[in-house]
Design a protein around this ligand. Structure first.
Ligand SMILES: NC(=O)c1ccc[n+]([C@@H]2O[C@H](COP(=O)([O-])OP(=O)(O)OC[C@H]3O[C@@H](n4cnc5c(N)ncnc54)[C@H](O)[C@@H]3O)[C@@H](O)[C@H]2O)c1
Ligand SMILES: *[C@@H]1O[C@H](CO)[C@@H](O)[C@H](O)[C@H]1NC(C)=O
Ligand SMILES: *[C@@H]1O[C@H](CO)[C@@H](O)[C@H](O)[C@H]1NC(C)=O
Ligand SMILES: *[C@@H]1O[C@H](CO)[C@@H](O)[C@H](O)[C@H]1NC(C)=O
Ligand SMILES: *[C@@H]1O[C@H](CO)[C@@H](O)[C@H](O)[C@H]1NC(C)=O
Length: 424
């Protein structure tokens, strides 16, 4: 684990200093007659120092911190907050494949150390990937991390991200979304980090009457999650008016899928399953963890009566992030919807899930759930024309098959402790 080697690096350096002074004074005490023999002491100290440096050089983490702490021509160093999470880990994978230098900051409150381990195994070379265990709510440690590392850009994913949970525990959302974004922004400003890519959401639009949703659609969020994200956007926009920072705000629609090579997947904590998303519920039903799927609402004014959503594959989503990063310009702010532009009904989604899993999942059709809106899908024209991005993985069968393949091979997620899987 890079975080641990980072820690041990700093510890070793302190130890090195302490040990050296200790051994010198020990010699002084033991042999007062030789006290004048400074040369001997100096040679001894030099030998010890050389030994320590040798030992440090053998540890792979020796070069790492210096590489991360210096800007290097031709290398873009991206801080990925929330990089242990579902989308953040996929973004880190893509950045690493594209030769970016990546630092992941995450406090593992929701993400998986297993995802970090996968990335470290794929990119073990020094100066590629570093993991820092830290809480974004802790302003002091965030500032320390910014002062010790030379970031060129930040992709800010870290957040709590469940609509249902946000209505039950709104303060958690305002704290971990809005307030933490302020901490990130302040640290970026204080340390001259010039580019920000921000994870926002279609939940900031609320319930617009007109479909599809464009970036001009008025934002009237209807739950604390959407409101907290909108507030964070507003803070970024206001700050930007007086800054030369390059900012890209990406508003994602419903994210599904996992990387095609099967290295990473979506693996939320068992206790979050109840707030979970439709693909997770489908897979749980296919595995028999839950008895079946409950589809709420069959009398919406849609083609088949069930709700319509815009499902975006995570591979396309992280591609949009890289394009946004490449096209970010100082003093410029870009706001983009990231969706396919096509709505799919819940019934369609469930059929695709049955196809992908090969399991005839039991579906119960129930009355509407209050607060659900009939139809949400994006107009992705702007991102296509300005960033040359368009969704490529738009076959639900295929996206879900890739995600299911990972799920089947990781019945225990990234290796959940027995205690936790027992709670499922
Ligand atoms: N999944 C979706 O469908 C979706 C849709 C729209 C927007 N988003 C946004 O995308 C981002 C990532 O979402 P995700 O689905 O990958 O969620 P996730 O829960 O899988 O990942 C979030 C990560 O942030 C970390 N984190 C949370 N609070 C932290 C803190 N205080 N300090 C350090 N780390 C912290 C968690 O440990 C976790 O690893 C979020 O900002 C979310 O709002 C997601
Ligand atoms: C993660 O950060 C939040 C604050 O944002 C904190 O309340 C929580 O205890 C932290 N979790 C861990 C495991 O450090
Ligand atoms: C979010 O913030 C609250 C404090 O408001 C804290 O209790 C919680 O642990 C934090 N982190 C997460 C991941 O919920
Ligand atoms: C847009 O992207 C496509 C690949 O998706 C590429 O072939 C094309 O050259 C790009 N166009 C511009 C103007 O960059
Ligand atoms: C998805 O799979 C189903 C069942 O095999 C098939 O009927 C449907 O045409 C497929 N959809 C696409 C877009 O490939």
């Amino acid at each position: 684990m890079k975080d641990l080697s980072m820690l041990s690096f700093t510890r070793t350096r302190t130890q090195q200093r302490t040990n050296r002074s200790l051994s010198l004074s020990a010699m002084d005490l033991e042999d007062p007659k030789k006290k004048t023999n400074f040369l001997g002491n100096i040679i001894m100290a030099a030998a010890l120092t050389a030994l320590f440096i040798l030992m440090l050089k053998q540890s792979p983490s020796f070069n790492t911190p210096t590489q991360f702490s210096r800007h290097e021509a031709g290398v873009t160093h991206v801080l990925v907050t929330g990089g242990a999470g579902y989308i953040g880990s996929h973004a880190a994978l893509r950045l690493l494949k594209d030769s970016y230098r990546v630092t992941i900051m995450d406090n593992l409150s929701r993400g998986n150390l297993g995802a970090i381990k996968v990335l470290q195994q794929l990119f073990p070379q020094s100066g590629r990937l570093q993991f820092i265990y830290a809480d974004l709510g802790d302003k002091k440690s965030v500032n320390k991390i910014f002062s010790e590392n030379a970031f060129d850009a930040v992709m800010h994913f870290a957040a709590v991200a469940y609509v249902g949970e946000s209505t039950l525990d709104p303060l958690k959302y305002y704290h971990n979304i809005t307030s933490n974004t302020l901490v990130v922004l302040e640290a970026m400003a204080a340390h001259g980090v010039k580019t920000l890519i921000y994870s926002s959401t279609c939940a900031t639009y609320g319930e617009p009457e007109k479909m599809p949703i464009t970036e001009e659609t008025p934002q009237h969020p209807i739950n604390p999650y959407g409101k907290a994200k909108k507030m964070a956007e507003d803070i970024i926009l206001d700050f930007h008016k007086n800054s030369d920072m390059a900012v890209m705000i990406l508003r994602y629609f419903n994210v599904i899928g996992s990387d095609a090579d099967g290295m990473l997947g979506e693996s939320p904590r068992p206790e979050l399953r109840e707030h979970g998303r439709i693909s997770g519920a489908c897979f749980d039903a296919a595995r028999g963890i839950i008895p079946g799927l409950k589809v709420r609402g069959t009398d919406y004014k849609t083609t088949d009566g069930t709700c319509i959503r815009d499902y975006i594959d995570v591979t396309d989503l992280v591609d949009a992030h890289v394009k946004a990063l490449e096209k970010a310009k100082p003093s410029h702010i870009g706001v983009y919807n990231v969706g396919t532009g096509r709505g799919r009904s819940v019934k369609e989604f469930v059929e695709a899930c049955k196809t992908a899993t090969g399991v005839p999942i039991k579906v119960d059709f129930l009355p509407r759930r209050p607060g659900d809106y009939a139809e949400v899908y994006s107009d992705p024209t702007k991102i296509r024309s300005e960033l040359n991005w368009t969704a490529k993985h738009t076959n639900l069968n295929e996206s879900l098959l890739i995600a299911w393949t990972w799920q089947k091979a990781h019945l225990d997620g990234y290796g959940t402790p027995q205690l936790m899987s027992a709670q499922i």
